[in-house]
Write a protein that binds this ligand. Structure first.
Ligand SMILES: Nc1nc2c(c(=O)[nH]1)N[C@H]1C(S)=C(S)[C@@H](COP(=O)(O)O)O[C@H]1N2
Ligand SMILES: [Mo]
Length: 264
């Protein structure tokens, strides 16, 4: 199963090495591909989807994602998607370093929670240096600190019928042509949710998580692609189906054609 991943990485590496104009620096590895030609990008994406399917079949969602040494962090995490939400609700909680922020944990739970950042920070933390892969064709290695989602789920005492965790975010993506302009949301199953590397992150590279990267709280789901890792999390909802949420496909980008299980 390691082989599948390393093959993909080798493939990406060769692609980079072959294109002499590329600067293979951390987060920006495939920028020039994106700007020079759609066909290359589409080719890359198809290859990505193929290996993703193979990985899902062979590796499964329970394996640990690779963790890196500090020396692998070469630049700051490249902000992508929403980077500065402007909704009234977000601007209100953003004041005073998110002092009024509360993470709501609702739905199929016996003990609904409303957790402040201090309460989240007081729980046992996990720090991991991992590689973020975006479907747009760039990767970035960064150090993330947060609380394991499983600990929050345990505190909320989720009901046996709960099957998925839905992340509700503060931000709409305004610059897409889709209607209605839904707020960003994502969902994962309980296997991904209880994975030891699935954390609700409030720290990035030793600092407080910046607004551009999802402050005050974003999820890290290290076996999956960037778009699964919801930023600006307002609430976590336990559900038995996501049929009636958004477009019914389990996430903002899934409603626009992306895979729900996005193995990286
Ligand atoms: N709420 C929210 N979460 C989001 C997005 C977004 O636009 N809004 N973009 C996704 C995508 S496509 C990626 S690659 C990562 C980017 O995370 P970063 O800005 O920390 O690099 O966030 C994901 N989570
Ligand atoms: Mo992404």
């Amino acid at each position: 199963m390691r082989k599948v991943i390393s093959n993909r990485r080798r493939f990406l590496g060769q692609l980079g090495a072959g294109a002499s104009l590329l600067t293979l620096g951390g987060c920006n590895a495939f920028d020039s591909l994106l700007s020079t030609g759609e066909p290359v990008f589409n080719f890359l994406r198809k290859a990505n989807v193929l290996t993703r399917e193979a990985q899902r079949a062979l590796q499964g969602p329970a394996a640990m994602a690779r963790e890196y040494p500090e020396s692998a962090i070469r630049e700051s995490q490249r902000p992508n998607g929403s980077t500065d939400p402007q909704t009234d609700e977000y601007l209100a909680v953003k004041q005073n370093n998110f002092a009024s922020y509360r993470l709501q944990v609702t739905g199929l739970v016996d003990k609904p929670l409303s957790l402040s950042l201090d309460e989240l920070r007081a729980m046992p933390s996990r720090t991991q240096i991992t590689r973020h892969d975006c479907v747009e064709g760039w990767s970035c290695i960064a150090k993330w600190t947060g609380v394991q989602l499983s600990r929050v789920l345990d505190q909320a005492a989720i009901k046996p019928e709960a099957r998925y965790v839905v992340f509700r975010c503060y931000d709409p993506i305004q610059d897409t042509p889709f209607e209605p302009a839904d707020l960003y949301y994502e969902s994962i199953d309980l296997i991904s949710a209880r994975h030891p590397q699935t954390i609700l992150a409030y720290g990035l590279n030793g600092q407080t998580l910046p607004v551009a990267n999802g402050a005050p709280l974003r999820v890290r789901i290290e076996q999956q692609l960037g778009y699964k890792m919801a930023k600006y999390i307002r609430a976590i909802e336990l559900v038995d189906s996501f049929d009636k949420i958004g477009g019914g496909n389990g996430g903002y980008w899934e409603d626009r054609g992306y895979d729900w299980y996005a193995g990286s």
